[in-house]
Design a protein around this ligand. Structure first.
Ligand code: NAD
Ligand code: DAU
Length: 375
């Protein structure tokens, strides 16, 4: 079968990547989607079970740091687009093991860029059908550092439908000031991507998104970890005083923004993606407790005593808040879900997919595709 486009999505077996792969495979049957993933602890092909037999989907187990392999995949599949999500993504792990983050996030991105350049530059950055090639790098708001918490109790603001906790927001012009080894490695990868545009003329786009939540997130991250702990009546480890603020976006809304930007975004531009939806950790934790307790038939307040304040994360960023006005004004994107709706949907999903959670928390999913893919 001839495909109109051949697109590599890296990290497609992870949380956000699996939503992006599913969206592209189902919405664009004429595109061939090549999911390139190393299957680290965070990669789980069970996340894509529903689409794995689609005729326009291919899985390639590969490490993005393996330049020869990336080059071979680029050539073998006539790739004309890359959506790059593969990364080490958990801040706490980066504090314990920064080398792995530099290797995958910096050197892995560079290896992919160099492979794409080797194939695309000689053809004037166009694919076999004359379409412009595109390297789309998915990054994070954490590269901008941390914002002030000037309104600890929250205030109404013109910029946001929700309460906000400070007077400033991350825009596309905010200076990079990463604090954790994770955000430093993502910042470095962003710089390399832009350098490939400025130096060689590679058609690149970078987006920086706020915290995602939704189905298939690895339960080391706040929301799935806490839902699972509440279900099993286990302690909820709140870092510091629980007053840090994060800006939450439903993962399918991030996938819809990626789809729009991949097709309509301007080359060499940066777009911030976020839902103007700031929450203090402790408030979101109370919403999770209330929702899980209600859905499991427990009386209101039943799980509140699980809240356990623990030693703060080292260098814990106080507040993230994304201003995504540019994306809204230039490309017309808005999130489809209100937070209350998104969180209800998410909690229900985890409670209804206890088998998925058990597989992940027991490590059994690592064996699931062992014979086929893992070495
Ligand atoms: P994740 O940890 O759930 O998934 C990462 C995926 O990358 C996994 O499938 C893993 O196997 C794969 N991978 C890791 N190292 C690899 C390597 N060397 N070669 C090939 N594959 C490798 O991550 P996520 O939360 O889905 O994040 C995806 C991307 O989005 C990351 O680049 C992250 O920085 C960015 N991001 C995440 C969020 C968020 O809230 N989760 C927000 C903004 C941006
Ligand atoms: O902002 C985007 C980023 O969001 C992404 O780039 C990262 O890949 C993603 O992991 C996420 O980073 P955070 O550090 O914000 O997410 P995490 O779920 O680890 O933590 C959310 C907040 O909750 C943070 O302030 C730390 C706190 N926390 C987290 C955990 C796991 C706790 O209080 N207790 C916990 O056990």
């Amino acid at each position: 079968m001839d495909f109109s486009r051949n697109i590599i999505i890296t990290g497609g077996a992870g949380f956000i990547g699996s939503h992006v792969v599913r969206r592209f495979v189902t919405r664009y049957p004429s595109y061939r989607i090549i999911n390139v993933d190393k299957l680290t602890y965070a990669g789980n092909l069970a996340n894509l079970k529903d689409i794995e037999d689609s005729p326009n989907y291919v899985f390639e187990k590969a490490d993005i740091c393996d330049f020869d392999r990336m080059l071979d995949l680029m050539r073998r599949y006539n790739v004309d687009g890359i959506i790059h999500l593969a990364a080490e993504s958990h801040v706490d792990r980066s504090i314990k093991d920064p080398f792995t983050f530099a290797r995958t996030n910096v050197m892995g991105t560079l290896s992919l860029l160099q492979a794409a350049k080797s194939v695309w530059e000689p053809s004037g950055w166009t694919g076999p059908e004359g379409q412009e090639c595109r390297f789309y790098h998915i990054s994070t708001d954490e590269v901008y550092g941390a914002l002030e918490l000037t309104h600890p109790e929250g205030v109404k603001s013109e910029i946001s439908a929700h309460e906000v906790y400070g007077d400033t927001f991350f825009t596309e012009d905010t200076k990079y000031q990463p604090h954790s080894p994770y955000s430093a490695s993502k910042a470095s990868s962003d710089h390399f991507v832009r350098a490939f545009h400025d130096t060689y003329g590679m058609p690149v786009i970078v987006t920086n998104c706020s915290n995602n939540y939704g189905p298939y997130q690895f339960p080391e991250k706040l929301i799935p970890l806490f839902i699972n702990n509440i279900r099993h009546h286990k302690p909820l480890p709140v870092y510091g005083k629980g007053e840090n603020v994060r800006d939450w976006l439903y993962v399918e809304d991030h996938a819809s923004a990626i789809d729009l930007i991949f097709h309509k975004g301007k080359v060499a531009e940066t777009y911030n993606i976020g839902g103007f939806n700031e929450w203090k950790n402790i408030d979101i934790i109370k919403v999770l407790i209330k929702t899980v307790d209600r859905l499991l038939g427990h009386p209101e307040g039943y799980s509140l005593d699980l809240i356990t304040y623990v030693t703060d994360r080292k260098g814990h960023d106080l507040r993230y808040a994304i201003d995504s006005t540019k994306l809204h004004k230039e490309l017309g994107w808005t999130p489809s879900l209100q937070f209350e709706e998104g969180i209800e949907k998410t909690v229900r999903w985890y409670l209804e997919h206890q088998d998925w959670m058990d597989n992940v928390t027991s490590g059994d999913y690592m064996k699931y595709y062992d014979e086929m893919y893992r070495s």
